[in-house]
Design a protein around this ligand. Structure first.
Ligand code: ZN
Length: 304
């Protein structure tokens, strides 16, 4: 029998990674309502928005207002995604303490996404980490398409290992490996996770998995065996991938929590309450979300 961790931390990213791909404008009221419901459901860490230019991501134009209206709850970590120095300055002004930085690791992706080379992105990210530390913010450093961009495994593992090493040496709060395109498989997860763990010492490792090819939860299990205890998830499996038409979203919070709890791994999450919040946003968006459990669970069912 594999030895699994006793407890896992799920970071909810639906309000950012999920909402940003939705064309229908989501009112700030509803965003705050969903975030509040997620806190009540026991999610300890929520990525609530991103400070990006509203011209590129209109759905995130209310970042400051969302932040201002978040309930102050002891022990809850709110984070925001920032992709450049301007976004970081806005986050600082808004009082954000935890910032999630993220860079592309594939040249084509980097050019398409931010119009920079990977090396330029790295230099900018180092600058941002120094800025964040200078102003008392905790930066998480994330790497995109770690498990493949155009095809599975086409991202150089050595490059990822070097980047993880470099940023953990800078004292970032955590290192995040993103399977942005959903190309990882359980064996690749274990190989790449172990290679990164070998160079980052005590820096926590986070996996950001998309369920594009249906391998999301299999990849979670493989990562648990490798000792990973932090995952990004989104309610209802909200989210998409801008490069793959019809791609499904992040691994679903309630599905992931349910699998973990059934295997004896604690999450502290009330799965029925997450399912209820997923149905609420599903009703607003008037479309089925890709997660499985939210459609099956009656309200306040005693499910673990
Ligand atoms: Zn994502």
């Amino acid at each position: 029998m594999a030895i699994l961790p006793d407890r896992v931390l799920l970071c909810e990213v639906g309000p950012r990674d999920g909402f940003q791909f939705e064309a229908k404008p989501i009112p700030t009221d509803l965003k705050v309502e969903i975030i509040t419901a997620l806190i009540e459901a026991g999610l300890p860490r929520i990525q609530v928005t991103s400070f990006v230019h509203p011209k590129w991501v209109p759905q995130m134009a209310d970042a400051e207002e969302v932040f201002r209206r978040l309930p102050a709850v002891d022990g809850i970590i709110y984070s925001a995604l920032v992709l450049n120095t301007r976004g970081l300055e806005r986050a600082l002004e808004a009082g954000v303490r935890y910032v999630d930085l993220s860079i592309a690791t594939n040249e084509q992706h980097s050019r398409d996404n931010v119009n920079m080379t990977v090396d330029e992105s790295i230099a900018q990210a180092e600058e941002m980490v120094r800025f964040a530390h200078q102003y008392g913010m905790q930066p998480q450093m994330g790497f995109q398409t770690v498990f493949g961009y155009a095809s599975p495994g086409d991202t150089s593992l050595q490059q990822i290992v070097d980047l993880a090493h470099r940023f953990s040496d800078m004292g970032v709060e955590s290192i995040s490996l993103a399977d942005s395109t959903g190309m990882a498989n359980p064996v690749m997860i274990q190989e790449r996770v172990q290679a990164v763990q070998a160079v980052i010492g005590d820096t926590p490792l986070v996996l950001h998995l998309h369920d594009t090819r249906g391998l999301g939860l299999a990849n979670v299990y493989a990562a648990l065996e490798a000792g990973v205890t932090r995952f990004d998830t989104s309610l209802g499996g909200l989210g998409g991938c801008p490069f793959i038409p019809g791609a499904t979203g992040n691994i679903a919070t309630e599905d992931t929590a349910s699998m973990l709890e059934q295997m004896g791994v604690e999450t502290g999450i009330d799965i029925a309450l997450v399912a209820e919040a997923a149905r609420r946003i599903e009703a607003f968006l008037e479309k089925r979300l890709p997660g499985k459990l939210h459609g099956l669970l009656p309200k306040s069912a005693p499910i673990t």
